[in-house]
Design a protein around this ligand. Structure first.
Ligand SMILES: [Zn+2]
Length: 134
């Protein structure tokens, strides 16, 4: 198995996993459980790793590249028009409490909030700013 990409974001990792599987790529998430339980520890172990079999590595990488481009083309900053939008976890105390509470109550999915941020002008949005397709 080879590591295609490492994620520090549980949701993003799952989105990519689902997309690849839909495209017929057999892939898995590694260390998913650790990251979900302990978001701080995830930095220490290098995040959630998306792994595939060596034989299909190139095919999977090509697919990932396509997804990345699609993602960029579909997101446009409403402020400056840049396509350089990244998904970031909201760093707040509220999030930490949510994470701890989820752990205490054994909720599987940690509902950490994410924001989309324009790398160009710093514009932040809760929703992915999508290009109008008229
Ligand atoms: Zn912008």
């Amino acid at each position: 198995m080879v590591v295609l990409r490492a994620f520090d974001n549980y949701f993003l990792a799952n989105i990519i996993l689902t997309k690849l599987r839909d495209a017929g790529i057999e892939c898995y998430l590694k260390d998913e459980y650790m990251v979900t339980i302990d978001p701080i520890l995830s930095n220490a172990i290098g995040g959630i790793k998306l792994v595939v079999k060596k034989e299909i590595e190139e095919e999977a990488r090509a697919m990932l590249y396509t997804f990345d481009n699609e993602y960029k083309e579909n997101s446009t900053c409403p402020n400056c028009g840049s396509h350089d939008i990244v998904l970031l976890p909201k760093q707040s105390m509220e999030n930490m409490i949510t994470a701890v509470a989820s752990w205490l109550f054994s909720t599987y999915a940690v509902s950490a909030e994410n924001i989309y941020k324009c790398k160009h002008c710093g514009f932040e949005s809760e929703e992915l700013p999508e290009t109008n397709r008229n």
